[in-house]
Design a protein around this ligand. Structure first.
Ligand code: G4F
Length: 327
């Protein structure tokens, strides 16, 4: 019988790529979606990957435990992937309580539903490298102490530890993937890589003249979402649940990432890039660099797509989209 996977956050970047990956493995895929009056908009990423007709979307909400309990009873999942969150760091200063409720306490709701209804299901929590914040070690691994620097990171830290706690308290097969930044053409426009690739495509097509960014000295360890969803799945195939850093092991400044995007369309970024203090954050994570040695050794996971290849793919996808829109 086909395995059944339930994904919260299925309409996001990772939810779409994970759905595609699990369908390729022969899974039946179910996704939790927040009810909205904007019918037909939420599943655009699933449509982009051509998997919208192959997944079943069900109404539910991370802040409503009873909806999650009902979904567990209905789906009877073998694997549960908790990807839903208020995931934009900058917004977490504007909506700190919502971020705490969904990105933090929401994890407990999903874990409770698993514990009460589907205790043998394997659980994946989308933890984040943002938890390292003001880094305590040059390359961050599973043993590096955390120092969160935003309401988002504080909420993610709660989600991480409640996952560890449910594993230790109730013996759930609950794993936490500490994923470093991961991007793709399906990335939301508010995140810096996609903002850059969209901006570069607009400038190339003559639709805009400038690209306004905040702190371009920040450094991130960027990988491709397609590679990273494979690591999520591998974690749930292990006999014993555990926590894993998923990263490339290379860090790059926003400035250099930007340069790759401009160079791809034959432009110099200097004439177009404007530094705008509006995009600076109240507290910044200056540098993130992951050490993925454990994921490599235990999961056999290695990233396959480089930053350069990914940024070029994103710029090309934005050029295609904008050309279609403006013709
Ligand atoms: O792309 P970002 O918004 O991603 P951030 O804050 O690192 O968080 C992302 O990765 C985390 C994993 O580490 C996830 F947990 C989280 O959900 C999200 O997916 O910003 C990256 C860097 C920051 O240092 C930011 O200050 O880019 C800098 N930046 C400079 N100018 C900008 C901009 N970021 C954005 N979004 N917009 C700018 O104009």
């Amino acid at each position: 019988m086909a395995k059944r996977a339930l994904i919260t956050g299925i309409t996001g970047q990772d939810g779409a790529y994970l759905s595609q990956y699990l369908l390729e493995q022969g899974y039946e895929v179910f996704g939790v979606v927040r009810r909205s009056s904007h019918f037909g908009v939420a599943d655009h990423r699933l449509r982009w990957l051509g998997v919208d007709k192959s997944v079943q979307l069900l109404d539910g909400n991370l802040s409503d435990l009873s909806s999650l309990i009902r979904l567990m009873e209905q789906v009877k999942p073998d694997e549960v992937y908790n990807l839903a969150a208020q995931s934009f760091v900058a917004s977490s200063w504007q909506q700190p309580v919502l971020t705490a409720n969904i990105t933090g306490v929401g994890v407990t709701n999903v874990l409770e539903a698993v514990r009460l209804v589907a205790p043998t299901a394997r659980f994946y929590q989308a933890s984040s490298s943002e938890m390292y914040g003001k880094i305590q070690e040059a390359a961050q691994s599973e043993t590096t102490p955390f120092y969160p620097r935003s309401p988002y990171a504080v909420a993610k830290l709660y989600g991480h530890w409640i996952t560890v706690n449910y594993r230790e308290s109730f013996g759930l097969h609950a794993s936490s993937g500490i994923l470093f930044n991961h991007e793709s053409p399906l990335r939301g426009i508010e995140f810096v890589t996609r903002k850059v690739t969209d901006g570069v495509a607009r400038i190339k097509l003559g639709l805009e003249k400038e690209l306004r960014l905040g702190n371009i000295d920040a450094k991130r360890d960027w990988g491709h979402a397609k590679d990273y969803v494979r690591a999520m799945w591998l974690m749930l195939q292990q006999d014993v649940a555990d926590d894993y850093v998923v990263a490339t092991g290379t860090t790059t400044t926003v400035r250099d990432m930007c340069r790759i995007a401009f160079a791809h369309v034959g432009l110099e970024m200097e004439g177009h890039l404007v530094i705008d203090p509006a995009f600076f954050r109240p507290a910044e994570v200056d540098v993130l660099l992951g050490n993925p040695a454990k994921a490599k050794a235990k999961l056999g996971w290695v990233p396959e797509i480089s930053l350069e290849t990914m940024i070029r793919e994103m710029v090309d996808a934005d050029l295609t989209r904008l050309t279609r829109l403006s013709s």
